[in-house]
Design a protein around this ligand. Structure first.
Ligand SMILES: [Zn+2]
Length: 232
């Protein structure tokens, strides 16, 4: 039997949602918010993608360290291979490390073999640099297919989405990055920023790095606390 037009459109829509929406449960359920202990718990997760970057990452680590705040870094394997000492520093300073794959290609149209190789290489670079086995994974752009989440799971990695992206990669200005992040945060939010550039190892992420102390200070002043994920 042929599907009616509306049913076919709904199916196509569901598949597109599963592929392109970072929080969609259709291709495996990702972590979409930070677990809080109750309505009064103003916890948020600060997450950074695409690093490490030799300029931005140390500055961000300095700002977090000075404030006793821990974040989660979704590290790109290619960059970990180039700057392993920065990955080690992230781990040594108590931050959580997640896998962001190796090549930073969009994964929704890639074969299972490609995805497995990309995620495995990313994992190996992180382990080689830091001795840490990442327990979390975030897909480049959040794009997934039916097998991306399950391949991550087979490597011991829970897939993580995000609540708020502020297009810091477009470099809209330090104040804009800070304002968007602080205004968009809610208890349980997963905040996405970029300490690296997934397409250019030398890409400029200094606006984000300079926004981080503003973001942390303003959220602390609003009684937020910063927490890590429980990957179990
Ligand atoms: Zn990325």
């Amino acid at each position: 039997m042929m599907l009616g037009l509306s049913a076919a459109a709904a199916l196509a829509g569901a598949a597109a949602h599963g592929a392109f929406h970072r929080n969609s449960p259709i291709f495996g359920r990702p972590i979409t918010r930070l677990r809080t202990s109750g309505p009064a718990d103003r916890a948020v997760a600060l997450t950074f993608d695409d690093g490490p970057n030799p300029d931005a990452t140390p500055l961000i680590l300095d700002a977090l360290g000075a404030r006793g705040v821990r974040a989660t870094f979704f590290i790109l394997g290619r960059h970990a291979e180039r700057w392993p000492e920065l990955v080690k520093r992230v781990a040594d300073e108590g931050h959580a490390i997640g896998n962001h794959g190796y090549y930073h290609r969009k994964l929704h149209l890639k074969s299972p073999a490609y995805v497995r190789n990309d995620l495995t290489l990313g994992t190996e670079m992180i382990e080689r640099a830091s001795g840490v086995h990442p327990r979390l994974f975030r897909a480049p752009h959040g794009f997934r297919s039916p097998w991306v989440t399950s391949i991550a799971r087979s490597l011991g990695q829970r897939t993580v989405g995000w609540s708020l992206g502020v297009w810091d990669s477009d470099r809209p200005g330090v104040e804009v990055i800070a304002d968007r992040t602080v205004e968009g945060a809610h208890p349980g939010s997963i905040l996405l920023l970029h300490d690296g550039d997934g397409y250019d190892a030398a890409g400029d992420r200094m606006q984000t790095a300079r926004a981080v102390p503003l973001i942390v200070d303003r959220l602390l002043a609003k009684d937020y606390r910063f927490d890590l994920f429980d990957p179990a």
